[in-house]
Design a protein. Sequence first.
Length: 197
Amino acid sequence: MSVTVEDYLSLVESQHKVRPRFMAVLADYLRPVVDAHNLSDELPKAFSVENAEGAQLDIIGQIVGVSRNFPYISGQTTETKRMNDEQYRLVIRATIARNQWDGSFRSFAKTWNEIFAGQAINAVVVDGMDMSCQVTISGDFDSDMAALISSGYVFPKPMGVRMTYAVSPQGDRTGNASLNAGAAQSTDTTIITITAQ
């Protein structure tokens, strides 16, 4: 909570409040203390994933281990693109969620909602039961985000599992959270559908 010099000066006893020089000297001593207090109060907010911008977000990315730059494949060429704050924030959130995830698709809905909180992003995971998965992702995102998802920057990946992505920027906007696991037509395949809430 922010404080001001006046907050402290109001605590001075009445017999000293009438001394202007005393109050001025006290205010001069209090000013750097109040500034330091307010700065320390703002630091956690400035370096939170949700509030950080620019250089602060870069520092969080360094701590998490994610660079702003990513390879963008366009036709036959690959170029390096730089994520904007919104994209970078989502990739940082995804990395943190992946690091905390237990690796099972049964608990994936919770992780998916932590990554895409408040967005209508749909994922259909087809587990081939042979250390491979096909992932179809649709929702409200641009081509850059589609490239990030296709490159594996967003979708949690279990260790040793081969992932194949199909990404479509247009899809379900219902915003309902669900985790429906059931046998597909083949007995050795499981389909999991997750919609961010």
